[in-house]
Design a protein around this ligand. Structure first.
Ligand code: SF4
Ligand code: SF4
Length: 187
């Protein structure tokens, strides 16, 4: 089993519902800041830039890399790749050294300045939901159907079917991280 995320950029309406839902579910709608990103306490970040003077938006979150640098550098085993394919943090083992934050080429981790520990997708609430057979909140709330989550080793899963149609890219693939956050960029 390899659980993965898909974000359909061509269907996304940029409403930010997934970002807000992550904040509410995993961080109790806390108004405290995610200072690492200058953002709300959410594991999803919106990045905008101009591409040949055309505005472009990406949603970036943990890519649940199959070859994860954050796992490789973690000195205690707190960052680990679980048997479901998701990369997780065991807070009981984390010493807050931040090696994982430095190693992640996606900047997908942020520091909780209250606990001194790194945070990232999946948050605790989303892990509980997935364990119960539910979708992560970002997928569940998306009003545009721009997100999917599931097992890419199962050819009958919705995510596998959506991966088989349309043009798919993976971010910073050349880094060799084998990311499992798939971006659908075209019809
Ligand atoms: S995106 Fe970053 S935090 Fe997530 S698995 Fe890959 S290296 Fe680790
Ligand atoms: S909730 Fe869906 S449509 Fe809204 S920003 Fe997130 S992915 Fe895009």
């Amino acid at each position: 089993m390899r659980l993965a995320h898909l974000w359909d950029q061509s269907a996304c309406i940029g409403c930010g519902a997934c970002i807000a839902a992550c904040n509410a579910a995993n961080y109790g709608s806390s108004t405290r800041e995610n200072r690492t990103w200058g953002w709300i306490r959410s594991n999803i970040r919106r990045i905008t830039f101009d591409l040949k003077a055309k505005p472009y938006m990406l949603l970036v979150q943990c890519q649940h890399c199959d070859n994860a640098p954050c796992v490789a550098v973690c000195p205690t085993g707190a960052s680990y790749r679980d048997k479901d394919g998701l990369v997780k943090i065991n807070p009981a083992l984390c010493i807050g050294c931040k090696y994982c934050m430095t190693a992640c080429p996606y900047g997908a981790r942020w520091l909780d300045d209250e606990t001194g520990l790194p945070m990232k997708c999946m948050g605790e609430e989303c892990q509980s939901r997935v364990a119960a057979g539910l979708e992560p909140v970002c997928v569940a709330v998306c009003p545009a159907g721009a997100r999917a989550f599931g097992d890419i080793d199962d050819p009958n899963s919705e995510i596998s079917k959506r991966l088989a149609s349309g043009r798919i890219i993976r971010l910073l693939e050349y880094k060799g991280t084998e990311p499992k956050f798939f971006v659908r960029v075209g019809p």
